[in-house]
Design a protein around this ligand. Structure first.
Ligand code: ZN
Length: 391
């Protein structure tokens, strides 16, 4: 990168942030089967359409201090976070790989990874629009790099990127499909779905067959080893939240609004956050815990037990609370902890089920960046199939 190129980086960030804004729309609408083109975005609180000047990536959220202009409903910090992450991914791709198809490949794969991690975490869905759409984009980018390579190295470089991209997609899909089929055979249960198969095919088009192996290895390692880290972070953040909530009922309500449930000593719900409200049949503000529907019943039962125990100063916690409807459309595994605070009981809830797509997404970004280096080390410098795809 030349010194004058640095001047272009703010524009690269802006481009990434705009794409990040579109990524937010994809994250919210694709799992519900809604169109990502129309209608315009609306405030979930007051249904007011969001004006263009209130929809500037990152900046608007900061200027509005994270609230809707008309009804002051808090807007999730995830919107500016996704925009900032995608903007940063674009800048780092440009800094590391210049302005061309290589950097664009890395940036697009990373953006797809952000969207898929979010939809898989939220709704256990890996939308075809993203997996198959970006798979197509990956093949086009490989074709673009072939054209550039032929111009430099002559006809010998023909199909030097498209073939490994196709091979990576096919190899990844077959491998994950095979593992899923074997799992079904042995355990009789669904291990990995077709969404995972399409996602690894998408990744394979960017990282090639060698990169697919590294991605699967990295994702499995992260899934088993690093799964303990979120638990540690959760315990630390919960300890801080209960500490704040003990000072006043208002603070306790704030914590409940963020990630839990605040009930008065009679078991009436004073305040609740998204983790509680998204559960089908969960009683709302002002109601008591008892009319909970069948899906919400285990969490409501936990809260009632925690309320009784809090009366004698005891805290209650549960590591894995399965919350599921009969169709399996709504599925959460929650960790819960309840403590007596000023004015009642505060229950904090957190998801502990991290689906495989999240680890696949994270591993693919790392492998795209450093997988080439790893393959060189592993193969002792011998040519590895698909090495050309990786920087
Ligand atoms: Zn509003």
């Amino acid at each position: 990168m030349r010194p004058e190129d640095v001047l272009v980086l703010p524009f690269v960030f802006a481009l990434g942030a705009i794409l990040g804004s579109f990524a937010n729309v994809c994250i919210h609408r694709l799992p519900k089967g809604e169109s990502v083109v129309s209608p315009r975005s609306r405030c979930p609180g007051c249904r007011e359409p969001i004006a263009a000047w209130d929809n500037i990536p990152v900046l608007s959220w900061i200027l509005l201090r994270g609230r809707c202009r008309s009804c002051r409903t808090p807007i999730s910090s995830r919107y500016p976070l996704v925009e900032a992450i995608v903007g940063t991914l674009f800048v780092s791709a440009a800094v590391l790989h210049g302005f061309g198809p290589v950097a664009l490949s890395g940036a697009i794969l990373a953006t797809a990874a952000v969207i898929l991690a979010a939809t898989d975490l939220d709704a256990r869905v890996l939308p075809d629009e993203v997996t198959l759409g970006v798979l197509g984009l990956g093949l086009l980018l490989a074709l673009w790099r072939d054209v550039a390579a032929v111009r430099v190295h002559g006809p010998a470089a023909l199909a030097s990127h498209v073939v490994p991209a196709l091979a990576g997609a096919a190899f990844g899909a077959m491998l994950v499909w095979g593992v899923g089929a074997a799992y079904r055979l042995v355990r009789g249960a669904e291990g990995m779905g077709m969404g995972d198969v399409k996602m690894i095919a998408m990744i394979g088009a960017f990282v090639g067959p060698g990169g697919v192996l590294l991605t699967l290895f990295g994702a499995s390692l992260a899934g088993t080893v690093i799964a303990g880290l979120p638990a540690l972070l959760r315990n630390l953040s919960w300890r801080a939240a209960f500490g704040r909530a003990r000072s006043s009922p208002e603070k306790a309500r704030d914590e409940a609004r963020r990630g839990g449930l605040f009930v008065d000593p009679d078991g009436r719900i004073v305040e609740s956050g998204p983790r509680w409200r998204e559960i089908p049949g969960a009683p709302s503000r002002g109601e008591t815990l008892s009319p909970a529907g069948p899906v919400a019943r285990p969490v409501a039962a936990f809260a009632r037990l925690a309320l009784r125990r809090a009366a004698s100063g005891r805290t209650s916690s549960f590591g894995r609370l399965a919350v599921e409807d009969e169709t399996g459309e709504f599925f959460r595994v929650l960790a819960a902890r309840g403590e007596g605070v000023a004015g009642g009981l505060l229950v904090l809830l957190s998801r502990v089920d991290v689906p495989f797509g999240v680890f696949l997404a994270a591993a693919s970004v790392v492998v795209w960046q450093w997988g080439g280096l790893a393959l060189d080390l592993l193969s002792g410098g011998l040519p590895f199939p698909g090495r050309e795809l990786l920087p």
